[in-house]
Write a protein that binds this ligand. Structure first.
Ligand code: EPZ
Length: 422
């Protein structure tokens, strides 16, 4: 296993190019199952989760090939409809193949994704919606067995909770269904919007894109001719690097970013005293004279994203005063707290609310990553900590950050990736 050795204190200087969004790439790769043509995806990030999903598609008989920054996926050769435990257990977002495989082949078996460090991660809403569309669903020996021999039928789906991958799954199922599907309380994340836009350009008429009510006109089983597209920038990667600039008191510019997807994050940084200069596809952050404390409540897009909660908690340790951070989406998304406390942070927890007393001096330490965004919070803390920090189990980071240590080193951070035990 690898770990990152980071020398604090670091100041950053220069420009970081933002990669394609992991959470847009995953549903768009699953969407290729709906295509009759060889689909070209551009700007895919080089992260473990993307490689895992492409491997899953290859296991199902699809052909994936890589050309520069393009990936071509040909699912016309798919001859398998079972997503097995060995691969699904490594990435629960594999559940995204359920809707497309069921819609195209009329049957599908997907290993139950199970929970992860941050929570139970149920998929009951995905399954309930597919049943409403006419699927028979059974859970057997840890697998979801879904059948729809007559194909899926469009209907009205009301999601009890806003679910990002649940919305994506049903949008893709509805794309090949017979008739119209209306999804009420759909997720409005930019990653769901891009999925709708690509489908809309590929012959699936979708109304209400970007709103909570989507109307999808299915092709009644006709496969799609999906045009080439480029993945949108990763707003969470961008937010993470903005926090890196903020916590280290640096002037840092991000390029290839979509500021429109970062409204709530930019607003919170400005509330904390940071000045940002924003153009169509760049954001520059400048040091704050004094970092002000903040109140954060995580909610669905366009409100403050749960995927930025850990990073802002690290930043809040450097604010002059008391910050309050409430996590409303996941039941166990404070795993970074104990590691930050070991570096000297003064944080107390009460249920889903964390109280962060700042400003505290952080000291380098051996810390352990527990989940993707918690890991990035530890890297941020290491930038401001006095001395060396070793962040262990960084396979968590590799799931969602493309070339993180290379990007940080290029703006002046002393960071190395080393092998445990060597
Ligand atoms: C997506 O997860 C993201 N992953 C997560 O990003 C992100 O944190 C999350 O959305 C929320 O924004 C991908 O897009 C691959 P949800 P997802 O279904 O779709 C409950 C990262 O760091 N729920 O929107 O799994 C659920 O328990 C990852 O990149 C049900 O109860 O999240 C949660 O409380 C972490 N039943 C809430 O809804 C269901 O059937 C939101 O979950 C589905 C969800």
């Amino acid at each position: 296993m690898d770990y990152l050795k980071i020398k604090g204190k670091s100041s950053l200087n220069g420009t970081i190019k933002i990669s394609g969004a992991k959470n847009a790439s995953l549903p768009l790769i699953a969407m290729t199952i709906l295509a009759k043509n060889n689909v070209t995806l551009k700007n895919l990030p080089s992260v473990a989760d993307i490689k895992t999903l492409l491997k899953l598609l290859s296991n199902l008989g699809a052909k994936c090939s890589f050309h520069d920054d393009k990936v071509l996926v040909d699912t016309s050769t798919m001859n398998e409809t079972k997503a097995t435990y060995d691969i699904v257990k490594t990435m629960r977002a594999s559940i995204l193949v359920l809707g497309p495989i069921l819609a195209r082949f009329g049957h599908c078996e997907v290993s139950l994704p199970g929970g992860c460090a941050i929570g139970q991660r149920p998929i009951d809403l995905h399954l309930k919606a597919l049943e409403q569309m006419g699927a028979q669903i059974a859970i057997k020996a840890g697998y979801i067995e879904a059948r729809a021999p007559q194909g899926l039928k469009g209907c009205e789906i009301i999601f009890d909770k806003i679910t990002v991958t649940g919305s994506a799954n049903i949008i893709m199922a509805a794309a090949l269904a017979e008739g119209e599907t209306t999804i009420i309380n759909a997720a409005r994340e930019p990653e769901v919007v891009q999925l709708c836009e690509v489908l809309n350009k590929s012959g699936v008429k979708i109304e209400g894109i970007g709103t909570a009510v989507l109307k999808i006109h299915g092709t009644h089983g006709k496969l799609l001719n999906i045009k080439e597209f480029s993945i949108i920038p990763d707003r969470i990667e961008a937010g993470t690097y903005l926090c890196a600039g903020a916590i280290s008191g640096s002037e840092l510019t991000l390029t290839d970013v979509e500021p429109k997807h970062l409204g709530a994050v930019i607003a919170k940084l400005e509330e904390m005293g940071f000045r940002l200069e924003i153009s169509d596809d760049t954001i520059t952050i400048f040091p704050a004279k004094e970092i002000k404390p903040v109140k954060i409540v995580t909610q669905e897009y366009p409100a403050f994203p749960t995927d930025m909660q850990a990073q802002f908690m690290a930043l809040a340790t450097q604010a002059e005063g008391v910050s309050i951070i409430e996590e409303r989406l996941f039941e166990n998304r404070f795993m970074h707290v104990s590691e930050l406390q070991r570096m000297g942070a003064d944080i107390s927890l009460n249920g889903h609310t964390a109280t962060v007393n700042g400003k505290t001096k952080l000291s380098g330490a051996d810390v352990m990553a527990t989940d993707l965004r918690a890991s990035s919070a530890l890297v941020l803390a290491a930038l401001i900590a006095e001395g060396q920090t070793n962040v262990h189990r960084i396979y968590h980071l590799d799931r969602g950050y493309d070339s993180l240590e290379k990007k940080l080193r290029a703006v002046g951070v002393e960071v190395q990736r080393l092998k445990e035990g060597l």
